[in-house]
Design a protein around this ligand. Sequence first.
Ligand SMILES: NC(=O)c1ccc[n+]([C@@H]2O[C@H](COP(=O)([O-])OP(=O)(O)OC[C@H]3O[C@@H](n4cnc5c(N)ncnc54)[C@H](OP(=O)(O)O)[C@@H]3O)[C@@H](O)[C@H]2O)c1
Length: 218
Amino acid sequence: MQVAIVGGTGAQGRGLAARLAAAGVAVLVGSREAAHAREVVRALKEGHEGLSIEPATNEDAIARSDLVLLTVPFAHAAAALQASRERFRSGSVLIDVTVPVAFEKGVPRLVEVPEGSACEHLRRLLPEHVGMAAAFKTLPAATLATLDEPLDCDEFVCGDSPAARSRALELAAKIPGLRPVDSGELEAARTIERMTVLAIGINKRYRIRSARFRVVGL
Ligand SMILES: NC(=O)c1ccc[n+]([C@@H]2O[C@H](COP(=O)([O-])OP(=O)(O)OC[C@H]3O[C@@H](n4cnc5c(N)ncnc54)[C@H](OP(=O)(O)O)[C@@H]3O)[C@@H](O)[C@H]2O)c1
């Protein structure tokens, strides 16, 4: 399985790259600048030489993968997708990780998106032949980054088709300690993105960095 991470040089992308590669997934860390991707991959591999992580430009990473994670700030997500929409393979799936959040005097607030969620907004920019799912939106980068810290949580996964959703569920299930929860259609991203904003607020109030979710009774 070859996975691309667009904006994989950032906090969330690096953590997901490390966790997925540790689970045996081949990962391409994408960047606007090949040199930045190389530098990040070198750092990720320090002490973990066996991990299958390679650097690439975002465009190349997309063209070489069937699953593409999007981990750029939401404000730049549309432009990033538009710049490389022609590079998506037929039948590939974009897994959106972005959360439309802004900080007002340190307080996290959801940025209202006309379509209802970041996912639904970005879906409109993708070619028809590309599936869309959401996952990894409520996972804190600080926890992802520490490979020996158990994740021990659930992750909500939704998608625009059963096929796209099941590809994202399958990928999330590869990460030890992470239980993917089938959350239904893409519209569920409206709730999932709000839950991330809730978690950021909890982190701030309790002075922690690792608030995340577990569904009980499942
Ligand atoms: N951090 C978290 O705990 C967390 C948790 C859940 C979800 N998320 C979501 O995950 C996404 C990434 O978060 P992050 O904290 O990793 O963000 P980040 O570190 O600020 O940025 C990630 C990467 O995006 C690329 N980027 C920055 N500006 C760009 C632009 N104008 N156009 C294209 N690419 C650009 C950069 O890569 P290059 O410079 O190498 O191109 C950067 O390394 C966000 O949407 C966030 O809401 C984050």
